[in-house]
Design a protein around this ligand. Structure first.
Ligand code: ZN
Length: 334
């Protein structure tokens, strides 16, 4: 009895304290969830290009490193420039991007500004949202308009200026692979094209794997569900909620994995050797960030290439690790 009373009192206290600390204007769920993506040497793609352009926007002042180009990979000039930036800003010099380094690196910009930081903004809008915006590095009325539109969509006050919060939501925003690439195609399940979104690095690793695989075999990687635009629960899946998972179809002997469904491991149209090569291409493109490939082909399981699961006999489920994951299932091993 005493225990129950105490629990009741504690409950009331918790309700009261949560009312007291409730912020005056609650952030939208998207803004509340968005965090700057952590980046290390294994990352690539749009977020790395953002980092490179933002480093260049400081280069004049800090005479950073010659040869720093928006390559999309953490190459030596990028690593040196990042280390130097961290040193000169009282940040831990580890050449990794975390929230503190992002916040120090991303300047507040608005109408009339120009230079690499504006280029970074325009590129992020162009690649992640797929919206029309001039890629000229100058913040004019067209850029201001799309910034307002983005701020409205995610639940920020549409000021048209890019503050740390707007940078954060934009850097966190997922991206879609380019299905126009020769080695990549899209197939849809119940979620249609809504589930074509993933982190910039996952998109870059997938695209790179598709290019490698296509060069070697002439075949195409068929991509099904990734995640929704802002993540969260995805109908028909237990996972696929955080932009780091993908479903792929096994390769068929007739090469028609983009259009034909229901190809099971072990069936006569299943192309084991090409599927194995696809997995190897994905592994080599993903810089050791590909954690799991779940697929129920006993031969590939025996080779240590895939993890068995009864519900994954006609598609592969891929999981990449996330540097900032709290959940041990998604954490990177190093
Ligand atoms: Zn899956």
């Amino acid at each position: 009895m005493r225990g129950r009373i105490a629990a009741g009192a504690l409950g009331a206290l918790l309700v009261l304290s949560s009312l007291l600390v409730a912020p005056a204007a609650a952030a939208s769920p998207i803004v509340a969830r968005a965090s700057f993506p952590e980046i290390d040497a294994s990352d690539r793609g749009t977020d790395v290009v953002l980092l490179q352009l933002l480093l260049r926007s400081h280069a004049g002042r800090y005479r950073i490193v010659r040869g720093l180009e928006p390559t999309g990979t953490i190459d030596t000039p990028t690593r040196l420039a990042l280390l130097l930036f961290q040193r000169t800003h009282g940040l831990r010099p580890d050449a990794r991007m975390d929230a503190r380094t992002w916040s120090a690196l991303a300047p507040e910009i608005g109408r009339g500004d120009s230079g690499p930081a504006v280029e970074a903004l325009q590129l992020a809008i162009h690649r992640k949202l797929g919206w029309d915006v001039p890629l000229d590095g100058s913040f004019g009325s067209a850029t201001e308009r799309v910034v307002r539109r983005f701020q409205k969509e995610v639940g920020l006050r549409p000021t048209g200026r890019v503050s740390t919060t707007t940078w954060r939501v934009l850097a966190w925003h997922y991206e879609r692979p380019s299905f126009a690439l020769p080695g990549l195609c899209d197939y849809s399940t119940i979620n249609g094209r809504e589930a074509n979104w993933a982190t910039s690095s996952v998109v870059a690793w997938l695209e790179r794997a598709a290019t490698i695989f296509h060069e070697r075999t002439g075949m195409t990687i068929a991509v099904g569900d990734l995640s929704r635009r802002f993540g969260g629960p995805l109908p028909g899946h237990r996972a696929h909620d955080r932009g780091i998972e993908a479903d792929l179809r096994p390769i068929r002997t007739d090469g028609r994995q983009c259009t034909v469904r229901g190809t099971f491991a072990g069936s006569s149209v299943y192309h084991r050797n090409a599927t194995r090569r696809m997995i190897r291409a994905l592994e080599s493109a993903s810089e050791e960030r590909l954690t799991w490939v779940v697929f129920n082909d006993p031969a590939l399981v025996a080779e240590g290439l895939t993890t068995p699961d009864a519900s994954h006999a006609d598609h592969l489920h891929l999981v990449w690790c996330d540097l900032s994951a709290r959940d041990i299932l998604y954490r990177c091993a190093r």
